[in-house]
Design a binder for this molecule. Structure first.
Ligand code: BEZ
Ligand code: FE
Length: 281
């Protein structure tokens, strides 16, 4: 019989891991148990606080449905999604940097021709933008036939699935690069917005004394067979919150300049941004 003590509880639990479980599970569970035990010791966690945490996680779970994944939001607020993304998609050469997917991606957006507009509803004071650029591989060869899914919030700071007043798939589209690797679409300047903070995500932000805002950005997902899928965002260089994004997802290389469009153009602004895809190994 083991006499459980403050000194032996951690090795006792680690030793209970079966030798039959796969190596990866053993690595994950050994580290998880050790870090969680050390956290409890470090902060001298008291039972009332433990019960509060259990209640918090129960309420976070109850918030989840097919439209809201509260645990992704909680991990974003703690910088975990961006950390896991950087571990998964390590940059080894000239390929573009990835960043978080976030909770607002929808599969199968409308397939649109090069240059088409994703704007289905206009907002007072909106600024329209032509977004265009070239997609290359890491050897500098233009890539034809790259599929780009793009999505962004409206000038009111809401994605279409958060806002019953917006048409289905507003500000979303699927585009493809042409024979020279060029893509283009028309959209609106993205507004900074607060991440959903009405449930446990908001509680965590307030516990940390942090605000919920993200800088204005356009989301991209780029796929082409034989290349690593790139999930990324372009950030508006003139937006607020570039220096204190609530989910820590801004990278210098992903900041783009929304410039005034030339005289006679059919949009207010132009944003030129190139991407580089990494060949799959
Ligand atoms: C987003 O950019 O859509 C997002 C990312 C993380 C949390 C919430 C929203
Ligand atoms: Fe977003």
């Amino acid at each position: 019989m083991t006499n459980v003590t403050l000194d032996n509880i951690t090795p006792t639990v680690v030793a209970a891991l079966s030798s039959d479980i796969p190596d990866r599970q053993k690595v994950i569970m050994t580290s998880l148990i050790t870090h969680l035990h050390n956290f409890c010791r470090d902060v001298d966690l008291q039972h009332g606080e433990f019960l509060q945490a259990c209640d918090f996680f129960a309420r976070a779970g109850a918030t989840c449905d097919d439209k809201r994944q509260e645990f992704i939001l909680l991990s974003d607020i703690l910088g975990i999604e961006v950390l896991v993304d950087m571990l998964t998609n390590k940059v080894t050469g000239t390929e573009s940097e990835s960043t978080v997917l976030g909770p607002f991606y929808r599969e199968n957006p409308p397939v649109l021709p090069k240059g088409a507009s994703t704007v289905q509803k206009s907002f007072d004071g909106q600024e329209t933008v032509l977004v265009e650029g070239c997609i290359k591989d890491t050897d500098g060869r233009a890539l034809a036939g790259v599929t780009l899914d793009i999505w962004e919030d409206a000038p009111n700071g809401l994605y279409e699935q958060q806002d019953p007043e917006q048409p289905d798939f507003n500000l979303r589209g699927r585009f493809e690069t042409d024979a020279e690797g060029y893509y283009a679409f028309r959209a609106v300047r993205p507004a900074p917005y607060p991440i959903p903070d009405n449930e446990t995500a908001g509680e965590l932000l307030r516990y940390m004394g942090h605000h919920p805002y993200r800088p204005g950005h356009i989301h991209f997902m780029l796929f082409k067979e034989g290349y690593r899928t790139l999930v990324s965002q372009i950030y508006d260089s003139s937006s607020d919150y570039l220096d204190n994004d609530s989910v820590f997802a801004v990278k210098d290389s992903l900041i783009g300049e929304f410039k005034k469009a030339p005289e006679g153009a059919d949009t207010d602004l132009v944003l030129s941004f190139d991407f580089t895809l990494k060949q799959q190994s």
